[in-house]
Design a protein around this ligand. Structure first.
Ligand code: SF4
Ligand code: F3S
Length: 112
């Protein structure tokens, strides 16, 4: 199994998760992060660190789409291991529905 980043990270990107990952398997896009499913060792320590509750285990229902999403972009984006400021307007965006269709950017983030 693996953990994955899901929709509510988009436009929030708190980055609390990256500091606790023992294998540095978070990758940064312009407005969200992803986890590389083949690098994640399923330790679970990142899940409670996310203020947006965006990190889920792939054992939950309907996670296949998110595993493929995380795999695809982790192979294109730079690694991120250090916490940075969340996105501008993160508080208003936290919990907003439809963020994947409305806001997701395929552009890479800056990484570390
Ligand atoms: Fe990293 Fe563990 Fe989270 Fe996987 S579950 S991304 S290994 S902190
Ligand atoms: Fe995103 Fe949560 Fe990490 S909002 S950047 S998965 S702490």
């Amino acid at each position: 199994m693996t953990y994955v980043v899901t929709e509510n990270c988009i436009m929030c990107k708190y980055t609390d998760c990256v500091e606790v990952c023992p294998v540095d398997c978070f990758y940064e896009g312009e407005n969200t992060l992803v986890i590389h499913p083949d690098e994640c060792i399923d330790c679970g320590v990142c899940e409670p660190e996310c203020p947006a509750d965006a990190i889920r285990p792939d054992t939950e229902p309907d996670m296949e789409k998110w595993v493929e999403f995380n795999r695809k972009y982790s192979e294109q984006w730079p690694v991120i291991t250090r916490k940075k400021d969340p996105m501008p307007g993160y508080a208003e965006m936290d919990g907003k529905p439809g963020k994947l269709d409305a806001y997701f950017s395929e552009a890479p983030g800056e990484g570390d």
